[in-house]
Write a protein that binds this ligand. Structure first.
Ligand SMILES: C[S@@+](CC[C@H](N)C(=O)[O-])C[C@H]1O[C@@H](n2cnc3c(N)ncnc32)[C@H](O)[C@@H]1O
Length: 306
């Protein structure tokens, strides 16, 4: 039995911090039991609860009491903290950015509670930040003897979508090697809606004005790769994700198509009354399920079960 009282062969207990719409829950599937999912965004939690029965906690991660964190008795803490302090396109204020405070609080909580495994995702650029340095120093002092870090893009796993991210898995015990990458996958055409919803078409004037800066992918191109979809997709015309070339010009990818490219299961559903602008924002903030599975396979209890 673990200190918290659950048996060694019970499924791993997972705590999802900054859970958003549940990318980690989608990646874990049946290989772990999420004990709680914390996020400050109530709309994201509505979408989460539309798909998963796990308890959601609408709160700031830094406001969760240590006793509560201990009571959840989670073996694995997954965290996708805000990335704005580290983004290469941003000011990269790092430790000085107030939005890094929640990350710093999380690092302190990890050292106090010492869950068996810690895994997290952030943007490229995080690995050279001072917050990263503090995280690694704290993990070492807290007795995490195995730490795996990598930058990984779903295109390296055969998925036609760019989303290069930093990942870390830390264990107080051992980790196992990452599995071999399957680098050949299905072409872009197989990720598309058979009947896309109305309203995705790009206005002809807009297309003419921005065409040079827009990335258009072709469904019949077996090598087509979409650019990273960002939370500005649908609001910002350029550098927020790809468009699909159509006989009439171009259209945006639907939120369901973005979810598919991220690797969410077919059973995952957005609430039917969710406005498309909100859907794009929430979905584009989520995770590459394939990449998360690839890195979580280093946790021995998860291994190749994903
Ligand atoms: C990069 S997104 C992670 C999304 C998530 N991985 C998913 O699958 O949808 C960061 C999330 O952190 C949440 N967030 C930001 N600051 C927070 C804080 N201090 N406490 C709790 N949640 C926070 C945001 O609402 C957002 O959902």
């Amino acid at each position: 039995m673990s200190a918290g009282g659950h048996g060694a062969r019970d499924p791993l207990r997972a705590l999802e911090l900054y859970c958003g719409i549940g990318g980690c829950a989608a990646a874990l599937g049946d290989s772990a039991t999420p004990v709680a999912a914390v996020d400050v965004n109530r709309l994201a939690l509505e979408v989460y609860s539309h798909n998963y029965p796990h308890p959601v906690v609408p709160a700031l991660v830094e406001s969760i009491a240590i006793d509560q964190l201990r009571a959840w008795d989670a073996d694995l803490w997954w965290a996708s903290p805000p990335c704005q302090p580290f983004t290469r396109r941003g000011l990269r204020r790092d430790l000085a950015d107030p939005r890094a405070e929640t990350f710093l609080a999380l690092i302190e909580r990890i050292a106090e509670v010492r869950p068996r495994y810690v895994a997290l995702e952030n943007v490229p650029g995080f690995e050279s930040s001072q917050v990263h340095e503090r995280l690694l120093t704290t993990l070492e002092k807290a007795g995490y003897r195995s730490v795996e870090e990598c930058l990984l893009c779903p295109t390296e796993l055969g998925i036609p979508n760019r989303r290069r991210r930093y990942y870390l898995v830390a264990a107080r015990g051992r980790l196992v090697p990452r599995p071999a990458r399957r680098t050949r996958g299905a072409p872009l055409g197989s990720y598309l809606d058979p009947e896309p919803p109305d309203g995705l078409e790009v206005d002809a004037d807009l297309l003419e004005s921005y065409r040079a800066a827009m990335h258009l992918a072709r469904a019949d191109d077996p090598a087509a790769v979409t650019h990273c979809f960002t939370s500005a997709y649908g609001r910002s015309h350029v550098r927020s994700g790809s468009y699909l070339a159509t006989p009439a010009g171009a259209r945006r990818f639907s939120p369901a198509e973005v979810l598919r490219l991220l690797g969410f299961p077919d059973s995952y559903r957005l609430p039917p009354d969710l406005p498309i602008a909100n859907a794009w924002r929430l979905v584009a903030n989520s995770l590459s399920i394939a990449a998360v599975r690839h890195i979580l396979a280093t946790v021995p209890e998860i291994g190749d079960s994903l």
